[in-house]
Ligand binder design. Structure first.
Ligand SMILES: Cc1cc2nc3c(=O)[nH]c(=O)nc-3n(C[C@H](O)[C@H](O)[C@H](O)COP(=O)(O)O)c2cc1C
Length: 204
């Protein structure tokens, strides 16, 4: 992981990432034709795509995965959503900095961790942004509160520059159940084609 990145480096990368991710309109047509071509009987079983996204980058990847697999989406929403000020990691007093500093503050309450028809899903993707080299902690309570027995679990993340590191293994330890696969990291503002290629290579 790159948890040791300096704040300055992260801030620069983040600015670049946001510029990239604003260029989405050109992909809209591609996405529609991908949906038209989709074979919903492709044998990937019942797929659920769970994700947390503070600023939309991970949500974009989650949408691409759901389009490619025909899966259902489940967004993790903190009861108290993170504002831009909350997310300012160059401010030592911001919410996210304080939570990073003190692990006991990371227990973020979610609007819901209960997925309708949870038992019907064979494959669960779990997506999150990388925060200081690990999974953004709003995903933690979802992982802790669900039983993944019998399910294939596939982590994915977006980041400005860090790799996925051991974020997936840490979540696997929190979950204690499920067949967790190696995850994948995408850059902020990922290409739909890159996401499709990865999903199609999973052999679901
Ligand atoms: C609090 C915080 C910490 C972050 N830490 C890292 C980091 O360690 N490495 C990195 O590459 N990017 C880091 N980023 C950038 C995010 O991982 C990146 O912008 C991601 O795509 C955001 O996803 P989202 O739009 O779904 O929230 C951080 C962002 C925030 C807000």
């Amino acid at each position: 992981g790159c948890g040791s990145n300096t704040s300055d480096t992260q801030a620069d990368s983040e600015d670049a990432a946001q510029t990239e991710s604003s260029d989405n309109t050109a992909q809209a047509d591609e996405q529609e034709s991908a949906e038209d071509n989709e074979d919903s009987s492709s044998g990937s079983g019942n797929v659920l795509v769970v994700y947390y996204s503070a600023t939309g980058n991970t949500e974009e990847v989650a949408n691409y995965i759901a389009d490619t697999t025909g899966g259902d989406l489940f967004e993790l929403e903190p009861v108290e959503p993170y504002t831009d000020d909350d997310l300012n990691w160059s401010d030592d007093n911001s919410r996210v900095s304080q939570e990073h500093e003190d692990e006991s503050l990371r227990d973020v309450e979610l609007v819901s961790t209960d997925v309708e028809n949870w038992d019907s899903y064979d494959t669960v993707f779990i997506g999150y942004p990388i925060w200081w080299g690990i999974a953004a902690w709003p995903v933690d309570s979802f992982v802790e509160n669900n039983d993944f027995t019998g399910k294939t679990v596939i982590p994915f993340c977006t980041s400005a520059s860090s790799g996925i590191g051991d974020s997936g293994q840490l979540l696997e330890e929190m979950a204690g159940t499920g067949d967790w696969q190696e995850g994948e990291r995408f850059r902020s503002g990922a290409d739909e084609a890159d996401v499709q290629e990865w999903v199609n290579g999973l052999g679901l």
